[in-house]
Design a protein around this ligand. Structure first.
Ligand code: HEC
Length: 144
């Protein structure tokens, strides 16, 4: 009689298990710890509200500081609405993604942390609000 789980089936099951595990990514468990180490120096409590950042952009850029994102509520602003897809566009490993470099000290760490952000966001769309359907918006999960 043949074994029920062949190595091939096992490999397939394991590759299924990885996205299934990371699909549990929540703000409190996975994202905040990364954010605190990797992002808060420039997006923390010293950083301005997004609207203030936009009004005085040159001033903040000269200081190397971006808009404030250091809470669940702040960060979600850059996923679904109103700054739709901003987090995804900046972290994506394809162009432009200029915040991707901050995700880790090496490529492996950057890829691992990107996977956690992707699992957290759900529908990893690079689209802006006007191009997004209601279903695509609802696909942005951002669990607390
Ligand atoms: C060394 C400072 C620095 C670090 C660290 C940093 N950022 Fe930024 N970030 C900036 C600055 C400055 C801007 C604004 C300039 C720009 O748009 O590129 C910015 C812009 C952004 C934007 C775009 C906001 C908008 O205008 O829509 C997002 C999203 C973002 N950062 C996310 C992150 C995330 C997530 C991390 C951590 C993985 C991170 N950043 C780490 C400095 C930083």
């Amino acid at each position: 009689m043949k074994p029920i789980i062949t190595p091939l089936v096992l490999t397939a099951l394991m590759s299924l298990a990885i996205p299934a595990l990371s699909a549990d990514s929540t703000y409190r468990e996975q994202i905040k710890p990364i954010f605190d180490v990797r992002c808060s120096a420039c997006h923390g409590e010293e950083a301005p509200e997004y609207k203030v950042f936009k009004q005085e952009k040159e001033k903040w850029l000269a200081l190397g500081i971006g808009p404030r994102m250091d809470s669940y509520t702040y960060l979600v602003y850059f996923t679904g609405w109103p700054d739709t897809g901003a987090l995804m566009r900046r972290l994506d490993d394809a162009k432009p993604g200029n915040m991707y470099q901050h995700l880790g000290d090496n490529e492996l760490q950057r890829q691992q942390n990107l996977a956690l952000f992707k699992a957290w966001v759900g529908n990893w769309t690079l689209k802006r609000f006007d191009a997004l359907s209601k279903e695509e918006l609802a696909g942005i999960k951002v669990a607390y």
